[in-house]
Design a protein around this ligand. Structure first.
Ligand code: ADP
Ligand code: ADP
Length: 232
């Protein structure tokens, strides 16, 4: 579902160049929960931002659902990006919009009929357990509830993959567990492919099927979670 081939990303110019990713290869199968773990500065956020081309790779190929994103024109890329959901550490909600409107946002962008939006958003509110909170504003919600809104918004366009950028790093341990459980439920229910980056081992161990360890812009180890972390 996600295939990265010889992905390289450098920042800066000739004078001061930082190589964030260097010739990285990675493959995530349909329905998998794939985790990437690494220390600060290892290249995790560059990696995840390259998958939806929020960041343009300097070299290499990004494939999602059999399509090479790095070859698409602007319009086709826009279309394809809608099928790549993303959630963030700091939620990135619109503070002046209600929970309902935040979730509806990706649908209003593509002029979805009002009735359809209504049905979809209500289903999503129920899915993430916020059916009582649709008319609230983000400031009235707890961190965990805000992330549930983030998840619902990401699912609104029926994505092929969900990318999670340190999605639980701003949450306390108990809330983290409830969000991870929700992600697992969604994965099982829709067979949705999930890729997450984190610096927390606990996150990897609690929901990931496979894991890659990233260091200095490259994958240094990869495999099923039980094999990578339980070696003698
Ligand atoms: P992580 O998410 O694992 O902390 P990042 O992908 O943020 O790692 O960073 C990888 C490397 O790229 C680091 O050396 C970082 O300083 C550098 N880097 C990240 N973003 C930029 C940027 N916009 N401009 C210059 N250097 C950057
Ligand atoms: P319903 O059965 O009423 O459609 P669900 O609670 O089963 O409601 O699902 C909530 C919403 O999640 C649905 O509108 C569904 O289309 C949507 N959804 C979000 N992501 C996906 C996905 N990747 N695959 C299928 N459906 C998805």
């Amino acid at each position: 579902m996600i295939e990265l081939k010889q992905l390289t990303k450098t920042y800066g110019d000739k004078k001061k160049k930082t190589t964030a990713l260097s010739g990285l290869n990675l493959s995530v199968g349909k329905g998998e929960i794939f985790g990437v773990i690494g220390h600060s500065g290892a290249g995790k956020s560059t990696l995840i931002r390259c998958i939806n081309l929020l960041e343009r790779p300097t070299e290499g190929e990004v494939w999602v659902g059999g399509v090479e994103l790095t070859r698409l024109g602007k319009r086709e890329l826009q279309e394809k990006r809608r099928k790549i959901g993303m959630i963030f550490q700091h939620f990135n909600l619109l503070s002046s919009a209600t929970v309902f409107d935040n979730i509806a946002f990706p649908l209003t962008l593509i002029h979805t009929p009002k009735q359809e939006i209504e049905k979809k958003v209500n289903d999503l509110l129920e899915l993430v357990g916020l059916q009582e909170h649709g008319s609230k504003y983000p400031a009235q919600l707890s961190g965990g509830q805000k992330q549930r809104v983030g998840i619902a918004r990401a699912l609104a366009s029926d994505p092929d993959v969900l990318l999670c950028d340190e999605a639980t790093s701003a949450l306390d341990p108990q809330t983290t567990d409830s969000i991870l459980k929700l992600l697992l439920d969604i994965n099982r229910r829709f067979n949705l492919t999930i890729m997450l980056i984190t610096h927390e081992m606990h996150v990897i161990q609690s929901i990931c099927d496979r894991v890659a360890v990233i260091h200095a812009g490259g994958i240094v180890e990869e495999g099923p979670v039980t094999e990578v972390f339980l070696k003698p």
